[in-house]
Design a protein around this ligand. Sequence first.
Ligand code: ADP
Ligand code: MG
Length: 279
Amino acid sequence: MNRALVTLDHVSFTYEGQADYALHQVSFKIYENEWLAIVGHNGSGKSTLAKLMNGLQFPQEGSINVCGMTLSEESVWEIRKRIGMVFQNPDNQFVGTTVQDDVAFGLENNGIEREIMVERVKSSLESVKMDGFLNQEPHHLSGGQKQRVAIAGVIALRPDIIILDEATSMLDPRGREEVLNTVRELKRDHQMTVISITHDLEEAARADRMIVMNKGQLYREGTPTEIFQMDEELVRLGLDIPFPIKMSKMLREKGLPIAKHFLSEEELVNELWTSHFSK
Ligand code: ADP
Ligand code: MG
């Protein structure tokens, strides 16, 4: 197993003026170069987790360690350099008037030299396949393209970890695919550690590992295959079971010997084609 990059140890957090915990005694680790999906019903504490890992809020109980540093008022600036965040709304993330200005903005803020900056803007936009749009204005871009520029802005700062908080939820299916493919490539080619927060289990099925949050607590953690064995329990937790899994289950109930849960439509179709219809 790779080394742990982020460790949460019995973390609790309550927003000011609120009676209930937003997070209660949450502990887990995130390992180097893994893709971890955090799922859970609305209000289960996912965004609060992201804000804590990035030091936008501090835990009231427990501790958070990022890249060997315990989160504190002193370490927060260093930690923020290691964790980049991409948020839900593509339109709220654009700060530049053109694509390249937008990516350059964070670098300028960090006092990066001009020569390095030009190179970083270029290479970051290449990584998200937006290098053909350097001088485009944001309103000419699709939602998926805007989110990819937002990702370029984050990776230009060379973080170890990228958190995507519902970053695909406002996108159409094509935009979502573009962003998810980008994430997969960043993990593969740049050894990034990815944390994707989503209420879309089909998206979460692509991760290496999943965490299910429920009412501010960590309910379950495991591989997507393990988590999807929870079946109806997921529905009770306020989550929608992905279509290929529902379909596998229905076919099994109809007597087709489908052994496992298929997490993607493609896998299910291949299984049906090779083991059931080609005989
Ligand atoms: P999720 O991202 O899973 O939808 P959140 O982390 O946003 O959940 O919210 C967890 C809980 O904290 C919810 O009960 C929510 O109402 C509450 N909460 C979130 N943000 C704030 C805030 N700024 N002030 C007060 N309560 C908040
Ligand atoms: Mg949220």
